[in-house]
Ligand binder design. Structure first.
Ligand SMILES: [Zn+2]
Length: 70
């Protein structure tokens, strides 16, 4: 069985939430919960979700995603 990874930080997923079959770890979930709209992390998070879901549905779509220093 393949170990799931957090779509934001890429760490192995031990807990957290699932969105469209993609996992987000507890620490990233906490950061998202406390992130305010318009902040860098919030934008990065949205970008990750969009990319993960888009990649899942449409192959070859490449979003330019700014790297967030984790
Ligand atoms: Zn994470």
């Amino acid at each position: 069985m393949q170990k799931r990874k957090c779509i934001i930080c890429g760490k192995p997923l031990n807990d957290g939430i699932m969105i469209n079959g993609r996992g987000i770890c507890k620490s990233c979930e906490d950061r998202i919960t406390h992130a305010e709209s318009g902040t860098d992390f919030y934008e990065y998070y949205k970008c990750c979700i969009r990319k993960a879901i888009a990649h899942h549905m449409i192959r070859g779509v490449d979003y330019n995603c700014q790297n967030y220093p984790l």
